[in-house]
Ligand binder design. Structure first.
Ligand code: ZN
Length: 273
């Protein structure tokens, strides 16, 4: 009697991914961005000769003081990095919250959570749409290719920003607990991003503790995000923590791309008869 062995039917699970990003990429922070890029590149490893697998969150005119339009040499570098595989995501327009917030809760969030940098928290849909379009057009002209997505400064999105992102067909956005596709509303990955805060000693201490715990506690997740900021380069303890965190995550993960994230729950939903 013939015997059949069932094998090779179930595909292997997809490899676990690590998404690394540099926030606040702007000519204002060029030196720090260079240091972070070199550091991440070495720690993440080369996917292929001359290639880099990380993301940059680019601010078109940081605090209205550092316009990309007036920094052609920096723009040429951005394009070169994109040519080497760096994913480019639009990160606000000026990274500053200039709106007068209606309501005490919104005002509290804006003031306490962002140090005044929640640019997209208080914008209505028309205002958000205008900044998104202007920023996307500018960045895509510089890069010669589409941006991968959008990340709001301080990860704060108001209803107007969410509606404008969907309307403009952005396919990747993230906050500190998830990434999603604004065009479909579907989640792309879940789990807290690991980042560091360099603004004060207590914030530094708590972000170091969080990173130390998270690099182990987040092990079950299919995707883990790590974000670094220009201010991190001034704090040696944060740089050590970044190195340790990426080394720990790289044991079981490959560097991934935001553009490759798949929507969760894409299997057809059974329809009731
Ligand atoms: Zn930022």
């Amino acid at each position: 009697m013939a015997s059949y062995r069932v094998r090779s039917i179930v595909p292997p699970p997809p490899p676990k991914r690590l998404l690394a990003s540099i926030h606040d990429v702007s000519p204002r922070f060029e030196g720090a961005v260079d240091r972070l890029r070199d550091r991440l590149h070495v720690r993440l490893g080369d996917p292929s000769p001359g290639a880099m697998r990380l993301a940059m969150f680019v601010v078109p005119d940081f605090w209205d003081e550092a316009p990309l339009a007036a920094a052609p040499a920096f723009c040429a570098r951005l394009r070169g990095w994109a040519d080497q595989g760096v994913e480019m995501l639009l990160h606000g327009w000026n990274h500053r919250d200039d709106t007068a917030h209606a309501g005490r809760l919104a005002a509290f969030k804006a003031r306490r959570m962002t140090a005044g940098e929640g640019e997209f928290l208080g914008l209505d849909q028309a205002q958000a749409r205008s900044r998104l379009l202007r920023g996307r057009n500018l960045l895509e002209d510089i890069l010669g290719r589409p941006v991968t997505g959008f990340v709001a400064p301080a990860w704060l999105y108001g209803d107007g920003a969410r509606a404008a992102l969907a309307d403009l067909g952005f396919r990747v956005a993230e906050d500190h607990v998830r990434a999603w596709n604004p065009a479909t509303g579907r989640v792309l990955c879940r789990g807290p991003a690991i980042t560091w805060a360099s603004r004060s000693a207590p914030r530094i201490a708590s972000s170091l503790a969080f990173a130390a715990a998270a690099r182990h506690l987040l092990a079950p997740l299919s995707v883990v995000r790590v974000g670094v900021h220009p201010g991190d380069v001034g704090v040696p303890a944060i740089l050590r923590s970044i190195d340790t965190t990426i080394a720990a995550l790289r044991i079981a993960r490959e560097p991934g791309r935001y553009g490759d994230l798949q929507e969760e729950g894409t299997a057809p939903v059974p329809q009731a008869a």
